[in-house]
Design a protein around this ligand. Structure first.
Ligand code: DQA
Length: 144
């Protein structure tokens, strides 16, 4: 039996977690998220790989890599969520499940954050639960 492996892909400015607007995003870092998800994955009997890019092109290359290397993807496209048709098209080009996540509740913030151009091409979305958003998304993928 092959172990299913999922890419946890984080977009721009998420490398600044822990320092970035802590009142909104908390003080835990991306490395802390990775540790927590590795434990969650072990409990679910699945594998996880992690990537973070600030650039749109690098994000698109990582999304394409899901086609051949992974069973699905948990994606926090950060600000690109709200306007990147290129990232939406990249997700649509890959025949694997993607789950959109956000640390904060994007519907409870500025109006421009309430729009996600990637939501229609994702299996589902989890928003507003901090690191738990990623755990719930991983659980959903492992349950496919
Ligand atoms: C975010 C929400 C986005 O609106 C924002 O641009 C981010 C982080 C979140 O995880 O809450 O960078 O995706």
């Amino acid at each position: 039996m092959t172990v299913k492996t999922y890419l946890i892909l984080n977009g721009p400015n998420l490398d600044r977690l822990g320092k970035r607007e802590p009142a909104l995003y908390g003080t835990a870092t991306l490395a802390d998220l990775q540790k927590r998800l590795e434990k969650t994955a072990a409990g679910l009997g699945v594998g996880v790989a992690f990537a973070q890019y600030n650039g749109e092109g690098e994000m698109i290359d990582a999304i394409h890599s899901v086609a051949d290397k992974y069973d699905g993807c948990v994606i926090n496209a950060a600000a690109y969520t709200h306007y990147s048709v290129a990232i939406r098209d990249a997700i649509a080009s890959v025949d694997k499940p993607f789950v959109e996540v956000h640390l904060t509740n994007v519907f409870a913030r500025e109006e421009f954050r309430a729009r996600s151009v990637i939501a229609p091409v994702c299996r589902g979305s989890v928003s507003g639960f901090g690191f738990l958003s990623y755990e719930l998304a991983l659980r959903a993928l492992a349950n496919e």
